[in-house]
Write a protein that binds this ligand. Structure first.
Ligand SMILES: Cc1cc2nc3c(=O)[nH]c(=O)nc-3n(C[C@H](O)[C@H](O)[C@H](O)COP(=O)(O)OP(=O)(O)OC[C@H]3O[C@@H](n4cnc5c(N)ncnc54)[C@H](O)[C@@H]3O)c2cc1C
Ligand code: SF4
Length: 288
């Protein structure tokens, strides 16, 4: 059943064309991969759908050189020797082994915020309302960069690694830099991705760096979202840095000094101290 009390239909298309057509057919269909993110959102009625389109048979899975199929699980990526260290580590430090065995890299990049006000369906700005409850309320885990009007923090560890690695995303419509998959929400358009209805992520192309790493500060040593995640990758002697848990979308940082422009909230300025320490450690690691 969906939130409207009608039966939820499950489609398992056997071609990309059929999957795309099903997803473009009216507003009530949504792509399903491992379901670790989507199913809870359906259960909690944050996402409403009439039709689930299981895309796992039509989205590529596996690693070939620098190419990663979007249906590859985090569990597969963390042990594949072809995968750069930063992405391996980001996958290994994410979620739990069970979730990593089901969750795909495509679904991970498209996961929604963990902001508890949003997950509890408070009528906040991101849900179409006119205020951010986190700013005046509980925001210890929230964003310190680009955090107005929405202070949510992007939860994906692999997204930060892929951003530092300069990954490209191939969809059934276009090929773009990973950064172009994301957008900061505005009053007119509160989406955080640029993915259009019917658009499926098919593949990632991840250049091989000279060295890379991903460091994650979290409340527990295992099974916790990033308070601060720092990815660093060195290409031709230059180091790219990207962050998770620090902004509403995965954030490419132009060096540690760029943190001087952060706008922390009263309860989360501690993140800047952690980020500075992790950035220095990550840069040292990839320079060695
Ligand atoms: C308890 C818990 C802890 C977690 N901890 C972490 C963590 O520490 N770090 C971290 O990075 N992540 C974490 N996650 C997130 C987890 O990694 C994701 O839920 C998972 O990777 C999503 O993949 P999926 O295949 O299950 O996606 P699904 O749930 O199937 O889909 C997620 C979204 O992506 C869309 N989608 C899926 N595949 C495609 C595609 N190919 N093209 C277009 N749209 C697509 C779906 O429509 C849906 O909107 C956690 C999740 C849970 C539940
Ligand atoms: S941080 Fe964003 S998602 Fe959370 S309450 Fe504020 S507007 Fe809503």
């Amino acid at each position: 059943m969906n939130g409207r009390g009608t039966a939820l239909e499950l489609l398992r298309p056997d071609s990309l064309e059929a999957a795309t057509a099903a997803l473009e057919d009216g507003g009530g269909s949504v792509a399903l991969a491992g379901g670790t993110e989507l199913v809870p959102l359906l259960r909690d009625r944050i996402v409403e759908a009439d039709v689930l389109v299981d895309v796992r048979a039509v989205v590529p899975r596996g690693v070939q050189g620098t190419r990663i199929g979007a249906a590859t699980t985090l569990g597969e990526l963390e042990v594949d020797p072809q995968i750069p260290r930063a992405l391996q580590d980001a996958c290994r430090l994410a979620a739990s082994p069970q979730l990593r065995a089901m969750g795909t890299i495509g679904g991970n990049l498209l996961q929604a915020t963990r902001c508890w006000y949003w997950r509890l369906r408070y009528p906040c700005w991101l849900h179409g309302g006119d205020r951010c409850f986190a700013r005046a309320g509980q925001h210890r885990e929230h964003a310190v960069l680009a955090n107005s009007p929405c202070a949510s923090a992007h939860p994906s560890d692999p997204a930060a690694a892929l951003l530092a690695l300069g990954a490209k995303v191939r969809t059934n419509r276009r090929t773009v830099e990973l950064a172009e998959l994301y957008r900061l929400p505005t009053d007119d358009d509160r989406r955080m991705t640029t993915l259009e209805p019917g658009e499926l992520i098919l593949e990632l192309d991840v250049p091989a760096p000279e060295a890379s790493t991903y460091l994650k500060a979290m409340d527990r040593r295992r099974y916790a979202f990033a308070l601060v995640g720092v990815a660093a990758a060195r290409f031709a002697g230059a180091t790219r840095i990207a962050l998770s848990g620090m902004a509403p979308i995965p954030w490419l940082l132009d060096g540690e000094a760029a943190l001087d422009s952060a706008t922390p909230l009263p309860g989360n300025a501690y993140k800047l101290e952690i980020a500075r320490a992790l950035i220095r450690r990550a840069v040292t690691e990839v320079s060695a």
